[in-house]
Structures are given as C-alpha cells and as structure tokens.
Design a protein around this ligand. Structure first.
Ligand SMILES: [Zn+2]
Length: 259
C-alpha cells in the first residue's frame, strides 16, 4: 500500500503554476488546476471602464472554466463584500465561504468565523481562520496542493494593534508547512495611506510566514495604485526569498510558478 501511494505521488505532481488576477482593493482571483477562487471581490466603486473590465473577466472565467468556484469573503465591510458575487449563487459548482458566523441553512454557504479549523468547501480546505484586528477573519486555505493566506482586514493598523496583530498572525505561522501565496493590507484610509505601523506589521508577517509570493493589497482608489510599487520597493531587499507581485491596474494578471 505504501508503495502504491508512493507511485501515485510520482504520477500526480504538485501543481507548479497558476494564474492570479488583481481584481481591485483586496479582491483577487486565483485559478489553480481544479479551482477558481475569488477573495473579497469589490468592483462597486470602480469607474465604468474598470468595473466592466474586472466584472467581465470574472464572468468569463466562471463561464469558461468547468471547475468549482469558491468565493471567500473575509468580513462584512462593504469594501470587501459586494453583493455582485450572488449573481452566480444558483450554479451548483459555486460555494461561498464567510469569515464570520454566517447563519444559513444553504449547504453551499459555509461559515468560517475566527477560530475555525479544517472546514471543507468541496475539495478546498479552510485550515484556519484568525480574528482580524478589524472585523471578521484572515483565512488560511489549502487547495490543489498549495496553501494561501488572505489577511482580510488583519493588519497592524496602528501601534495599539501590534500585540493582537502578532498573536493572531503567529497562529498562521504555526502552520506546519510552506505557505505559497500571502495577500495582506498595506494601506489604510478611504483612499490609501501607507504608515510605519502597517509596514512594520508586514515585515513581521513576511519574517514569520516566509511565503513564496507576497501580494500587497487594500488600496481603494485607482489613482493610488502606485503605492503598491513604492511599498514593495521599500521592503523587498529584506526578503530575497519572497517574490513580490503587485497590482498596476484592476484586472492585472500574473502567472505564478511554484517550482
Ligand atoms: Zn478593509
């Protein structure tokens, strides 16, 4: 039996590349071998051109790929939770994961409030959800042999959040395995402002989580998107083993190699 398992492992190698799209603000779409995953989709405040661009990208993907689709919503703030995601709720292969005590008897609606562990959404596993320093959860998920952390609103927003930020983040760092992709907020305010506290929090997180890829997020105004680049340029030399990827415009695509 052990031998058979070994042979099967050789025949089914881990996924080695995938696609990621920056969908604006904290919204990301990740396409793996067998899943389409959408985090914190928020097209609502975009101008027509950008909103059409991300919404047609998403609709087309959902129609084109014959894969399970999982929407993950970290919390209820309107900049992370758009009702636009419900236009696909009647499709059998679509599920929704909520980072709070979401009350529903619909099987495809899965509540993963802070403190949850090892919940399933089809073949996707929610390994852990932590209490964000704002509302709802940061979620560590495993899907198709890879592991992703999306922080939601978990950040060191100001110095008084430092202790809570670190103790919750440490629960993710305690995961016994490699983390492939990390998405976390680097900016606060209605439009976008990077602060020394936020930067300190990200440096702490990257030291602890050591992801293969880091994607900064949470810049709300399109004309402030260059903050991602300036933030990245300021810290990337400290982390030679982390690959940084950042949004340049809503809908920006990335091909990620995990080899
Ligand atoms: Zn937020």
């Amino acid at each position: 039996m052990l031998f058979l398992t070994f042979i099967l492992t050789l025949l089914t190698p881990n996924q080695d590349s995938l696609s990621v799209w920056y969908m604006h603000h904290s919204g990301w779409m990740v396409e793996t071998d067998n899943h389409l995953i959408i985090f914190d989709y928020f097209p609502d405040e975009l101008d027509d051109k950008n909103r059409n661009s991300v919404s047609s990208l998403l609709s087309q993907k959902i129609e084109d790929v014959d894969k399970p689709v999982v929407f993950i919503i970290s919390h209820r703030h309107k900049d992370h939770y758009s009702k636009a995601i419900y236009q696909w709720k009647d499709l059998d292969r679509v599920r929704y994961v909520y980072g709070w005590e979401y009350d529903s008897d619909v099987d495809s609606f899965i509540a993963a409030p802070p403190g949850s562990q090892n919940l399933t959404a089809g073949d996707l596993m929610i390994l852990k959800s932590i209490q964000s320093t704002d509302q709802g959860s940061g979620l560590l998920i495993a899907v198709d042999d890879m592991v992703i952390f999306h922080g939601g609103d978990h950040a060191q927003w100001a110095s008084e959040y430092k202790a809570q930020f670190r103790s919750e983040l440490d629960k993710i760092a305690a995961y016994d395995g490699e983390i492939d992709l990390v998405f976390m907020p680097i900016s606060r305010g209605t439009c976008g402002e990077v602060t020394p506290d936020l930067t300190e929090g990200i440096i702490y997180a990257l030291d602890k989580l050591k992801p293969k890829y880091f994607f900064p997020m949470h810049v709300r105004c399109v004309d402030r998107i260059p903050l991602y680049k300036s933030f990245t340029d300021g810290i990337k030399d400290r982390f030679p083993l982390v690959q940084f990827r950042y949004g340049i415009f809503p809908g920006k695509a990335f091909t990620i190699s995990l080899k």
